[in-house]
Design a protein around this ligand. Sequence first.
Ligand code: FUB
Ligand code: ZN
Length: 649
Amino acid sequence: MNDSEVNISGVVATTLPAVTTGSGRVRPLPSSDVIIADGVLAGWQQRNRAATVPHTIRQLRESGNLDNLRTIAESGDAAFRGRYPFLDTDVFKTLEGLAYELARPSADEASREFFEESVALIEAAQADDGYLNSYFQHPGIVKQPWEDLSWGHELYNLGHLIQAAVAASRQLGDNRLLDVAVRFADLAVAKFGPGGEEEVPGHPEVEMALVELYRTTSEARYLQLAKLFIDRRGHGTVALSVFPAEYFQDNAPLRELDSVTGHAVRMVYLAAGATDVAIEAGDAELLASVIRLWDDMVETKLYVTGGLGSRHSDEAIGDRYELPSERSYSETCAAIGTMQWAWRLFIATGDAHYLDVFEIVLFNAYAAGLSADGCAFFYDNPLQRRPDHQQRTGAEPDGELLRRAWFVCPCCPPNIIRWNAELQDYFAASDADALYLAQYGDASVTHDGLELGIRTSYPLDGEITIHVEASPGDERTIALRVPAWCHGASVTVNGTPAADASENGWLRLTRSFSAGDLIVLTLPMPVRAHGSHPHLDATRGTLSIARGPVVYSAEQQDNEYDLDDLVVDPAWVKAAELSSAQLSGDAPETVIISVPAAVDTPGRALYPELAESVSAPKPGEPTTTVTLVPYYLWGNREALAMRVWLRRP
Ligand code: FUB
Ligand code: ZN
């Protein structure tokens, strides 16, 4: 592609939430239009503020992330702390989350102090030409800026800086970081933009950030650079030393890639950025490519929890149907990237099924990444823990058997901070015809004179009550997402069943709504059993249990028999019983499930000879039950065995 062929046709809006677009099918609502008030997600936001933010600030101080910036800001010579050239991003991601938190009445002084101190250090550390990276700027580091684009992460750093800066500008009206980000971005444009070096960053991330900077400043050069980075990749552009081209998604142009591949986080960040570019540049071919990749991923490479990445080696996605439970990598950052990509595909198309996957990732692969007390993290998210399992989380030596307080490579914890702080941005969207309720939770939503009070304990149950608190009186459409997992959804308006048709996952209510109207959406949530595709060897002969969007797991502490000996026939699942429980002192009340089960203790032979004709054994009668807890709450007690997939007879 010739640089001059970049076609920028998107119209930029002026009031922008976290992710928006001028040319997508729908537009997100500004952050201030949605307030998560109560229930599960409000609990996550509250825990973020009260526990995860203070814990992370402490860790960033103790681990040296902030001191590295201080050394550069003060022209000091203290040794560089930590191992990686991307440790500034952990500060940036935290600042992005804090921009949201500081805009809330609940903001605390310690968060404000950290924000102020960090912003001052970042401003002071920026080089005269706009460059900023406390690793390469450090006097003790022999590598030079831009010397190592494949591993240097400088543009990944720029991406997270831009996202923090845009958040601070939008949420707080504070443009100090934006000024720093623009100077660094302009350096990148001068160096890698049209007529510059034809390189790409080894770790995609900056693409979606550059598009967001374009949306914020209306400066087309940022969109243009993002598009160049997308189109240059895939031609052997990244210099290789340790990792293969596939790791960097540099083995084939994105437009030609037939399956998500390589390093999982790099892949989903790249695809999310490409979707942004497709939206803003009006690039239908690129959009078709990312949709094709998405479909292939959902059909062949996502764990039932929405986790992505089945190999610890190279943190890679793995082959189609290569989805081993105990070795699931499913990095928490990959879950966030998958949601970022899903949201952008929804914005581009208005299609609800991207939101269905978003929701599965949110309540499973993502949420499992954080402990109930908010101060410990899974980096990798397995779907099984064997009784004698010694693997430490995060593929790092030492540390805890379950979640740990921090990592040498701490990318996931601050990513959780920003994502939990931003959850309201992913609740609703609009177009000229409708207000779309994209996710469900207890919240208030305001849009164009319509004010909705949503009361629900979703996903603990499937009843969602929507109070119309104000309405301009003209005809409006409220589009309610009916998740793909749900059969038999129904809705009433002021007690009368609504006959409105559901189409493409949206149930559209078109009325002249009045203040006082009451909409009740009921999403039945029976306990479901899921099998897996026959090519998925790792889970053949097993089933997993889900209720609503929540995937369940069995933990040994709730079960008398070895989890490996418990057998569940799909037919028994309809007799499942629900109860309410608090799994640990820090955990919220949740719904636990008890399913009839049989016990089958196998012989000792590892490879018993099979009889000539092997037919499926008849299920015996259930003799016991297996107790299951939400997967996202697993691992908050003693480190014992856990299984998502249970044996079938
Ligand atoms: O390279 C930066 C981050 O470190 C990646 O996104 C994570 O997978 C971890 O490798
Ligand atoms: Zn991570």
